[in-house]
Every structure is written in C-alpha cells, then in structure tokens.
Design a protein around this ligand. Structure first.
Ligand SMILES: Nc1nc2c(ncn2[C@@H]2O[C@H](COP(=O)(O)OP(=O)(O)OP(=O)(O)O)[C@@H](O)[C@H]2O)c(=O)[nH]1
Ligand SMILES: [Mg+2]
Length: 446
C-alpha cells in the first residue's frame, strides 16, 4: 500500500451477501465524477444530503440496475477528509460486486486496499493512529468489555493520556531551553526537583499503563480457564454444566477425555475460554499420556484454573505453580455426607448444588483481574505496550541524567528521544512500514 496515493478508491463497506442494505464507498478527488454517469439525478447531490434515485448505465445491464440512496460528503468534512460518496443499494452479492466492477472501470478509480479508508482518515489528520487502531478493535470486539475499551480508545482516551505525558515533558524542555539560552549569563540552574517531579510522575503513570496490558490482552483473547483434576472427578460434567450444553463426552470410565476441548462463553461481560482437559494420572496408553501433557500445557497458559476433586477419585498427583489462582471444587457432594474441609466450593454436577456459588467465584476472579485502567485507559495492543516500554526506558535515562546533573543538553536530548517514542503511539513519528503493517491488518472497505 502506498501511503502517499491521492487517487480515488472504492470498496464495499458491508460484508457481501449479508442481505439488507449494502454500502459502497468511493473516496478521493473523483468520487463525485465516478457516480455521476450512473446515478439518475446527479444534479441533486449536495453535501451531507441523502438523495434517493436509481442506478442505470449500459455497463450495469439493461434497464434500472437498482434503487439507491447516495450521500455525498465534501472533503475535508468527511470521515476520510476527502470527497466521499456513499452508495446504499440492496445487499445482494451480485449487486454489490457488479456496481463495484463498473465503478472501477472509470480510469481514475481503483479498488481500495485493506484499511485504506481509515489510513486516509489518519493521513488527513481526521484521527490519530491509536484511534485508527481502535476501529479494528471495535470491529473485532467479542464482548461488552472489549467493546467498551475499543469505544474508549476511539473517543481518544489513549491519545489524551499520551498527550498529557508529552505536555509535561515539553514543559521541562521549555525550562531547560530557557536555561540554555541564558547559559552565558549568571542565572541559577533549575532545582533538580522541578525537573524530576514531572519525569517521575509520567514514569509512574506509564508503568501503570503498561500493566493494564495484562487485562487488555484478556479483552482480546478472553480469560483462559482450564478445568483440571484426576480422571473421573467430573471435569467434563462441569464443563458441560457451565456451558449449558453437552459438548464434552461424559462416561464413568476414568480417562474418557484425552484431548483438550475449549469453548468461549460470555461471563460478566467478558469472554471466558473454558478448557476441558484429560484427567491427570500416571497413565498407561500413549493417547492418555499425550492428553496429560496437554493438560499440563494448559496449566501453564491459564489465567486461573478450576481444580476438581471427588470422593471416589484419587487426589490430584501434580504440584501446581504456587502463584496460580485456583478455585478448589469438591464435586459429587451428593455422594458424600461428610466431605473434607478446605475446599472453595462443594458441588454436585448432578443436582447443581453449589453451581451458583461457583459462578460467583468465577465472576469475582474475572472482575479481580479486570482493571479500571489509567484514567480509564487500558492498552490491548502489543505495539502500544512495546512503545510504552521503550518510552519508560527513555524516562529512566532522563531521570538518571537529572540525578547525575549531566547538564541541560543531555537532559533535553533524552526528553526529545522520549517524545519521539511517544509519538509512535499517536502516529506522529511512526515509520511508514509500520503504518502499512497496521492498516494492512484491517479488512477491505474499512
Ligand atoms: N454422583 C455424581 N456423579 C457425577 C457427578 N459429576 C460427574 N459424575 C459422574 O462421574 C463420572 C465421570 O464424569 P466425567 O465428567 O466424565 O469426569 P472427567 O473428570 O471428565 O473424567 P475424565 O475425562 O476421564 O478425566 C460420570 O459417570 C459422571 O456421570 C456428580 O456431581 N455426582
Ligand atoms: Mg472428561
């Protein structure tokens, strides 16, 4: 994708064949000229007015091709910052593709690349890079929590926070530069504290923001919660019960589940990926040994686990990592009148006794990991985390330069480097190849 293209692009903005109404967008200097020969009443097209009419042209076939509503946005007052025409037609796959084919017959119009409309919004200063990325997050949001976070970022939350960091650092630069201007005169150097306080303040907030990534990642991938335990303890029964469907095979034979099965479900507005695993024991046959290996892998990837024990099975013969959050479930309580003490939940998959308590406990684990963020901002992008880490390292360098009294030139240079790294988040200093990579990850039409 060329970042500097200023030609006219066209694409279907709704998934083809989705029925209902489809929207085709044309953006660029020739957007209006491209629709003119096809539209019944082009003279009525005025900025920001939806005009009903129909599409007719020999290239579209005989007679009326379709009824349509055309809306024209005059640049720069459009989402891309360019002249933009939106054509709403009926949503059939043939209709959409045929119209697109005919639009790109015009020599000045070509098919849009992935994410190119959003790229143009960014290049024309309509949105910063963090908001452009939020568009992709909004589209991919699987649950209410991910949606809320994408909306927060789309409304400029991350940008505002990053700008407040930059503002504080620029203020230090102003002080230092004033000092440099008067360095040949007898003036007092700025007290260390005046320079250090803002650096430390920004540094602390940056660290907190980096920490939100742990939760932000879960907003994207869901919370991974394997059900672990000895064979026959009722893991698959519990998996089915929590999902509300008979997904995993349940039998009275120990060693029934040999491969892991996973299924996501929405819980407390978040996606929880529940994983049914093979019962862990010193197993005989190869398939079961492999299954036990996978159960152990799941433990290493888990956000927290549900460990199941039962009166008629051996205790789990595996030491779990000490820092792993665990919900200890004693299942088959219907079989045991005097259960041992010390479990979090006493459950019967058969009678559902204890199920509500277990759900509440899962809820509190999810909410416990959930994080209010820094000024409401949670980062979920690896790219943002990486840039913030490098920014943090640069702030450490500033801090050292101030403490070691290295001199105003050194401090100023470290601050400028820190500002450059920060600019990568909003796109001010992001290299073109990274921009290409980000926008190529969007779908065509966005
Ligand atoms: N009485 C009683 N039986 C249960 C309960 N939960 C599960 N069972 C029975 O215990 C047996 C084993 O259940 P599963 O869910 O297959 O156990 P598992 O832990 O997945 O077993 P593996 O996949 O072999 O490791 C089945 O016969 C279930 O019907 C319960 O709460 N009460
Ligand atoms: Mg099982």
């Amino acid at each position: 994708m060329q970042l500097t293209d200023n030609d006219t692009i066209a694409a279907i903005s709704t998934p083809p064949g989705s029925g209902g109404i489809a929207v085709l967008r044309v953006s660029g200097p020739d957007a209006l000229a491209a629709i003119h020969p096809l539209f019944s009443t082009p003279e009525k097209l005025a900025p920001r007015q939806a005009v009903f009419g129909h599409l007719t042209h020999p290239d579209l076939g005989e007679g009326i091709f379709d009824d349509c509503v055309v809306t024209f946005f005059k640049g720069p007052n459009s989402v891309t910052g360019e002249d933009l025409v939106e054509i709403s037609i009926h949503g059939g796959a043939y209709l959409q593709h045929k119209l697109l084919d005919v639009l790109v017959l015009s020599p000045s119009v070509r098919l849009a690349g992935a994410g190119e409309f959003t790229l143009r919004s960014f290049l024309n200063g309509k949105i910063d890079l963090s908001r452009a990325e939020a568009v992709a997050d909004l589209i991919h949001a699987r649950d209410a929590a991910a949606h809320k976070n994408a909306r927060q970022q789309l409304s400029g939350g991350l940008k505002a926070l990053v700008e407040s960091f930059a503002e504080r650092l620029r203020h230090i630069l102003v002080i230092i530069e004033a000092e440099l201007d008067f360095s040949d005169q007898e003036i007092n150097f700025t007290p260390t504290e005046k320079l250090l306080t803002p650096v430390l303040g920004v540094k602390a907030k940056t660290r907190d923001l980096i920490e939100t990534y742990f939760y932000g990642k879960r907003l994207e991938d869901g919370f991974r919660v394997p059900i672990i335990g000895s064979p026959n303890s009722g893991k698959s029964s519990l998996f089915n019960l929590l999902l509300g469907q008979d997904r995993a095979i349940v039998t009275n034979q120990a060693g029934t589940t040999r491969d892991t099965i996973e299924k996501g479900f929405i819980f407390a507005d978040h996606t929880v990926v529940l994983v049914d695993t093979a019962g862990i024991r010193e197993a005989g046959v190869q398939a079961e040994i492999s299954g036990v290996g996978r159960s152990k892998d799941e433990i290493s990837r888990a956000d927290f686990i549900i460990q199941v024990s039962a009166p008629d099975t051996e205790p789990l013969s595996l030491e779990l990592p000490e820092d792993l959050e665990t919900i200890d479930v004693y299942n088959k309580i219907d079989m045991d009148k005097t259960p041992p003490e010390g479990y979090d939940i006493y459950l019967s998959c058969n009678t559902r006794q204890g199920l509500d308590e277990l759900k509440k406990m899962i809820y509190s684990h999810v909410v416990n990991i959930s994080n209010a963020g820094v000024d409401g901002v949670i980062i979920s992008s690896e790219r943002h985390k990486d840039a913030l880490r490098r920014f943090y390292t640069q702030l450490e360098a500033c801090e050292r330069a101030v403490l070691d009294a290295l001199g105003p030139e050194y401090i100023a240079s470290d601050i400028r480097l820190a500002l450059d790294v920060l600019g990568e988040i909003t796109g001010e200093t992001t290299p073109d190849d990274i921009l290409n990579q980000i926008f190529a990850g969007f779908c065509v039409g966005k």
